[in-house]
Structure formats: C-alpha cells, structure tokens
Ligand binder design. Structure first.
Ligand code: PLP
Length: 401
C-alpha cells in the first residue's frame, strides 16, 4: 500500500526529468507539457537563467528567517513593485498564503481605516472561485469537494455570480472591506468575464470605499500576454496576489503587492512567515523579474495565444469541442457530452478520458472538472511544438472511422 496521502488523482505518468516545454518519464518517453504546473512553469522547466541564479544563491545564503535582513530582500521588493506598479510588497511562500495575507490586510484596513465595527467585515467573492485550500479559503469555495467536511467555516464572505458587476454592487454594504476575485477564473476552466466587467467593478469599489483585490496567482506574470491579466482591461487593483511563476517553477514564493496604506496596516507581530522572502527564493524570483522586464514572454503569450485559440476555435467549428475560451497562452475548453453508452456502463469524466488519450500521445494536460480541460503551455514553447500538441488534441478528439 502506498504511504502517500490520496489528496490528488494524478494522470498515470511518473516524470523523471524536464527541459523547457518537454518532460520525460523514467523510460525516456517524451511529453509536451501543456499544463506548465498550472502556470508555475511559465518560463518552462529549468530555464537556464533561473537555474543559474538558484545555483549561485545555494553557494552563498539560503535562509535568514525574517529575524534578520538580507541583501536581496529590498532589491526584490523594489523590482517587483516597479514591475507591477505597486507601492508595497509583502512576501509569502504559497498562493493560499498570499490570499490569506490579502484577506487579513483587507479586514484590518476595514477596522483601522474604514471604521467597520470590529468582527463585522465582509468580503465579496465570485462563485466558481479558486483561491487555495486553507480552512478560511475553502469556507467561501462553491466547489463541494473543496468545502464539504471542513466546517466550521470562516464567516464574512458573500458569494455572487462571477462576471456580474451589478451583483457585486448589490452585495456591498457598509461592512464590506473588499471584493476578491480572479481576473479570469483559471480552475473553473479559464472563464473570462464579460467586457466591461472589470472597469465597472473598479468603479463600484471606488464608489463604496471598498478594496479591489485581484488574485493573479494563476493569471499573472505574462500568461495572458500582459504582465498582469487586469492590464488587459486597464484596471489596477488595490491589492494583487502573485505566486506560482514568481518562483520560476524552482522555489515557492508568493506575494501581495499593492497600496502602502493598506499593506501598511500589518505591523510587526501581526503577520509573517519563516520562509517568506528567503534569499534563495528572492534570487530565483529576481531572475524571473529579469525575464518579465523585457516583455518578451508577454509578447510570446500574445502571439502564440493566437495560434492556440485559432486551433481551438477550429475544433469547435468542426464539432470536436463544445466550446473554447481564453486569453493569451491560456485556454479552457469543453469536450462535447458523449452519448450514453449502449451497455449502460458509466461513461467516466470526459475531460479526464481526453487527458488520458493525450498522455498516450505524448501530451500532458489536466482536466479542470467534468468535461472541461485547461491548457497553459509554458510561454517558452516553440510554435512548432505547440502546433504538434494541438494536432495531437485534434487526433485524440476525432472519432475512429
Ligand atoms: C487563482 C489561484 N489562487 C490561489 C491558488 C493557490 O495557490 P497554492 O496552490 O500555491 O496555494 C491557486 C492555485 O491554483 C490559484 O489558481
């Protein structure tokens, strides 16, 4: 019996090494990675500049805790602030921790600055959200698997339909401190809100003195063809959570970036993390910022995104997919509902079955849920390889003659 807890249901492949957009199993079989660690591997596996930065730092200083300063922490914060147009940066490790940090900062800002009565702060969130797995975060998940069995739940969240700005406004009252949303819902299947949604939510937040908190952990850092997904709509959040690609697929590092008058409410003793902003993570993340500052990867996401969405739309037009969505090098699509099998046997989840068929053809992808699959190729993928992967998808979807 395996000693590994069963909190995941991975595809039947054991990877042994990887380089760029490609990974190999122990038998030397090669796979094109079209998931890229759910966007943690935006720069591909083992990007040489990121690996070199990690090696250099391993030979000098790896951990100080936040009891002492270290020479990379302030430069990293300055560079991340400049890239994202933020005034203040708070480092953590995982995405869920960054979201927790944003929730804490928003609540404390609500009590200390906005004047919400203690214990009454509310935060408006979107149905179909995914912000991580802590007890507070699953308290406002609408996914039964994520939530059921983990009560008692943290109160203070109001769930509204995603993409409905009028519903956001209707949920706000004098206790509301923040609206917390993903710019595009990744785990839900790369759901892009209607045009006009984001500018309207920004205006609603301004009108009611409510913080706009954007969770860019999956959407940010080049994925959509812009540095932040909200750049697509020319909207700036008050707080933004970042993670995944911030550590270049080598080390976990996350951050909350945003307004100094909001993050400034967190004072010594109110929040922290032993590993948050450690020297090794900062060294790799600084090399990530070097890559992002050139704009090259954002441009690749935009250009290759046209290839990706063009091909997927072609599959929809040919009736092989029910729908496809997305921006940049990021797509969600729905497999058509299969007819009931004649023998009455359960058909299985069609998204999963497709991912298994893709695996057999040398392509790594993962279902988001049910019949929905999400693709997030590394931004370094070669156009030729991407086209090859999409041909595998077409072949896997084409019924045998
Ligand atoms: C939008 C978003 N927020 C938060 C998280 C949680 O990040 P982590 O798994 O690093 O805790 C994820 C992970 O998929 C995510 O997509």
């Amino acid at each position: 019996m395996s000693h590994l807890a069963h909190n995941y249901d991975p595809l039947p492949v054991e990877l042994a090494r990887a380089d760029g957009a490609w990974a190999w199993d122990a038998d030397g079989r090669r796979y094109l990675d079209l998931l890229a660690g759910y966007s943690a591997l935006n720069f591909g596996h083992r990007h040489p500049a990121l690996v070199a930065a990690a090696h250099r730092q391993l030979d000098t200083l790896t951990l100080t805790s936040r009891a002492f300063r270290h020479v990379l922490l302030e430069p990293w914060a300055d560079r991340l602030a400049a890239l994202t147009g933020a005034a203040m940066v708070l480092p953590m490790n995982t995405g869920a921790e960054a979201v927790e940090t944003a929730i804490k900062a928003a609540r404390k800002w609500g009590y200390d600055v906005k004047g919400v009565p203690d214990g009454e702060a509310t935060i408006v969130v979107g149905a179909g959200n995914f912000h991580g797995r802590t007890t507070t975060i699953v308290s406002f998940s609408t996914d039964d698997d994520a939530r059921r069995g983990f009560a008692p739940y943290t109160p203070g969240f109001r769930v509204v339909p995603y993409g409905d700005a009028a519903a956001v406004e209707a949920a706000i009252d004098e206790t509301t401190v923040a609206v917390l949303l993903e710019p595009i819902q990744g785990e839900q299947g790369v759901v892009v809100p209607p045009e006009g949604f984001w500018p309207r939510v920004r205006a609603v937040c301004d009108a009611h003195d409510v913080l706009l908190v954007a969770d860019e952990i999956q959407s940010g850092l080049g994925r959509t063809g812009t540095t932040l997904a909200l750049d697509l709509w020319g909207v700036r959040a008050d707080l933004t959570t970042l993670g995944k690609a911030l550590g270049g697929g080598i080390v976990p590092i996350s951050a909350v970036v945003g307004r100094a008058d909001v993050l400034g409410v967190l004072t010594p003793g109110t929040h922290g993390s032993t590993f948050g902003g450690n020297p090794l993570a900062c060294a790799v993340s600084l090399a990530v910022l070097d890559l992002l500052e050139t704009g090259e990867h954002q441009e690749r996401a935009k250009v290759l995104g046209e290839v990706l969405h063009g091909e997927l739309q072609g599959l929809v037009a040919d009736g092989l997919l029910a729908a496809s969505r997305g921006v940049g090098l990021w797509a969600g699509f729905d497999v058509p509902v299969a007819p009931e099998p004649d023998d009455g046997a359960p058909g299985g989840a069609p998204g999963r079955a497709l991912c298994e068929a893709l695996l057999a053809r040398g392509v790594l992808a993962k279902e988001a849920h049910g019949r929905t699959v999400r693709l997030a190729p590394p931004l370094v993928v070669e156009e030729e390889d991407l086209r090859w992967g999409l041909t595998q998808l077409r072949d896997a979807l084409t019924p045998p003659r």
